[in-house]
Every structure is written in structure tokens, then in C-alpha cells.
Write a protein that binds this ligand. Structure first.
Ligand code: F6R
Length: 368
């Protein structure tokens, strides 16, 4: 039930802090991660040589986001593939590869077929899933459930954050087994993870300016999203949300790619969301993104900066600043995605559209 909320999507965004908290609950103790992954045991984690994440849509962006931390923490090479392209690329698979499928529903046919195929090729399979007993976790060697609670709105929101949280837990467990991070470093990240739900609450509050921005943009024909590092997949997710909910042409780019082509799209009045890295954690990337902002602003784009609170460098160049709480760079997707989800929802509403049931879409895609 919607319980007083204007839509399931609004309710599910509000539930994001709990979705992450519930996904973390009982899975850490004394600054360590204590996952039970069934057949994906310590011996297997110690010997794998590669990880491939497979998923579709929003779940694939959760995978792309988490891949940065996973590889950094574990030193195991991590790649991300769309489930429906995976098999057709003839990937090199054997029992030294762990294939992790990410699926809210656990019923997405493309992801199920990718999982089955990986299993048949001898790879180990782990499922990150939000639905107890769904087909994909049943067919996988191990499962790590996200505890986001039922997601009713067709557009995925809280499940995305829970998927990243689950993948981060997995990454830390793998780092523990392989000794690629010291105990102190692990404990620090565990503490950062537990601080995420409060940071999301702050991001929800910081997004209270977003409805006004969305309402004066109801006639917009196109919107761009730029991000770097972990915020690059978040930019892709922001664009996907806008396409599916508000039926607006939207594209996400890695900010560094701008001068390799997309800058030709910039014209006066074009709204561009720019996810600005933390000036404290990522000063080099921060400076590069500020210079991207200057470039697009000089061509008349309307810059909507999603920045860290207190980041004064963006102020001279941004038309709007959404000021998010200070979190470590790897935790930023949990907060940067919130205003983008809110923006898509509010813009769809401003256009009089049904945000819970966008046209042409189904909650789970059970055909290939
Ligand atoms: C976008 C969205 C879809 C799903 C995708 C995978 O808002 O909901 O892109 O993320 O269809 O679905 P699951 O996670 O159920 O496999």
C-alpha cells in the first residue's frame, strides 16, 4: 500500500535509508563482514581470478558502480556485462571465474540465461537478489539477498542502493579472505557503510529543491548527465530514469568523454546535470570536472551541479547547486543518485504522467 505517499516511487525513495540499513544489518560484526554465501565459500573466494558482473538496466548500473570499489579493494579484475550481450561475446569462462548476477526481481530472463550459461561453462555463480526464492538465486551456487523490501514502482530506486550495499559487503568479505586490505582499513569502510543511511536521509532533504527545478523544466526536450569515476554509472542511471519516467531524450556521459564528441550537443539552454566529485577525496578529478562545467557553461548550457556541501568552486558556474552531505568518494553514489531519481519522478509528474506505471514497461522482464 502507498500509505499516504503520492506514488509508490515517492514511497520507495523515502525508504532508501532503510533499504541500505536492512541490507547491512547482521552482516558485519566488530568492523568485519560476516556473510554466509553458501557454496561460494572461503576456498572458492581465495582461488578465483576474475569476477564478471552481469545484469540489465538499473541493476547493471549498480554493478558498474560497485565495480570500482570491488577491484580497488580486492585486486581481482572485475568487468561488467549486460546479461543479454554476455553470451554472444563468447566470454572466456572456467572455474576460476566468479559470475555475479544482479537482479531485483530475480526473474529477468536475460540475466537468468546468462547465469545458466556461466554455470554450464564451469564458472561459479553468485546471485545478488531482492526477492526470496526467485529463479536466479535458486539456480546460483550462492546468494546474497538485498533487503530493500518489495519494490512496486516499475522504475527501480531503493533496490539500486541496496544492490550497491550488498556488492560492497561482498567486496569487503573478498578482501578479508584474500588479505588485500588490513583490518583497520576494512573497519573504516564498514563504519562508512553504516553511516550511509543517515547520509541518504540528508540527500533526501537536500533534494527538496528538485521539484521546483523539475517543474520549470516540464517542456525540456533533452537532458544530459555527466559524471566521473563512481558517478559515471550514476549519470547513466539518471538518464535512464528520465527516459523511462518522463519520456525525455536523456544521455549520460563520462565527463572525460565530453571533448571526444558529446560537447557538440551543448547548446544554449540545454540542461546538463553534472555530478561533481568530492574536492577533498578526489581533488584531481574535481578540478577536471570543474573545467568541464566551465566549457559547457561557456556554450550556454544550464548547469545543474550535484556537488558536495561547501564546494564553493562550483558556485560561479552553476545555475543550480544541489548540495549533498560529505561522504567518502566510494559512498557518493548512495547520495548522488537521490536527486536524479527525484528529478525524473517530479518531471514525469509535472508532465502529468503515471510515475509508477510508465508506458511500454513491465516490472520484471521475463522474456529474452
Ligand atoms: C529501471 C529498471 C530496469 C531494471 C532491469 C533489471 O528503472 O527498473 O532497468 O533494473 O529490468 O531488472 P531486475 O533487477 O529485476 O533484473
Amino acid at each position: 500500500e502507498k500509505g499516504g505517499w503520492k506514488s509508490f516511487m515517492a514511497k520507495e525513495i523515502a525508504e532508501e535509508p532503510e533499504a541500505v540499513a536492512d541490507t547491512l544489518r547482521g552482516r558485519t560484526a566488530d568492523g568485519r563482514v560476516i556473510l554466509d554465501l553458501g557454496a561460494i565459500d572461503e576456498a572458492l573466494l581465495a582461488r578465483i581470478e576474475r569476477i564478471i558482473l552481469v545484469a540489465c538496466g538499473t541493476a547493471s548500473y549498480a554493478g558498474q558502480t560497485a565495480a570500482y570499489a570491488l577491484q580497488q579493494w580486492t585486486r581481482v579484475p572485475v568487468t561488467v556485462e549486460l546479461s543479454h550481450e554476455f553470451r554472444y561475446r563468447d566470454p572466456v569462462l572456467d572455474d576460476r571465474v566468479l559470475v555475479i548476477s544482479i537482479s531485483q526481481s530475480g526473474e529477468t530472463m536475460d540475466t537468468l540465461m546468462a547465469t545458466r550459461w556461466a554455470h554450464d561453462q564451469g564458472a561459479a555463480t553468485l546471485s545478488i537478489c531482492n526477492t526470496q526464492g526467485a529463479t536466479i538465486p535458486r539456480e546460483s551456487d550462492g546468494v546474497l539477498y538485498t533487503h530493500a523490501g518489495p519494490e512496486v514502482a516499475v522504475a527501480s530506486t531503493k533496490a539500486f542502493l541496496a544492490q550497491i550495499a550488498a556488492l560492497y559487503l561482498f567486496g569487503l568479505q573478498l578482501a578479508q579472505v584474500r588479505g588485500t586490505m588490513g583490518d583497520d582499513a576494512i573497519a573504516r569502510v564498514v563504519a562508512r557503510l553504516h553511516a550511509v543511511p543517515d547520509a541518504i536521509r540528508e540527500a533526501i532533504t537536500a533534494s527538496e529543491c528538485v521539484p521546483t527545478i523539475a517543474h520549470w523544466m516540464a517542456d525540456t526536450r533533452a537532458v544530459l548527465f555527466l559524471g566521473r569515476h563512481v558517478d559515471y554509472p550514476v549519470a547513466l542511471e539518471g538518464a535512464l530514469k528520465l527516459k523511462e519516467l518522463a519520456y525525455i531524450q536523456a544521455e549520460g556521459f563520462a565527463a572525460g568523454e565530453l571533448k571526444h564528441g558529446p560537447i557538440a550537443l551543448i547548446e544554449p539552454g540545454l540542461p546538463v546535470f553534472v555530478l561533481v566529485p568530492s574536492p577533498r577525496d578526489q581533488p584531481l578529478l574535481h578540478a577536471k570536472v570543474i573545467s568541464n562545467i566551465q566549457e559547457i557553461r561557456a556554450r550556454g548550457a544550464r548547469v545543474l551541479a550535484v556537488a558536495e556541501k561547501g564546494d564553493t568552486a562550483v558556485l560561479p558556474f552553476a545555475d543550480e547547486v544541489i548540495a549533498l552531505p560529505l561522504v567518502h568518494q566510494l559512498m557518493r553514489p548512495f547520495v548522488t543518485v537521490v536527486p536524479l531519481q527525484t528529478f525524473a519522478m517530479e518531471l514525469a509528474e509535472a508532465k502529468g504522467l503515471d510515475v509508477d506505471q510508465p508506458r511500454n514497461l513491465a516490472k520484471s522482464v521475463t522474456v529474452e
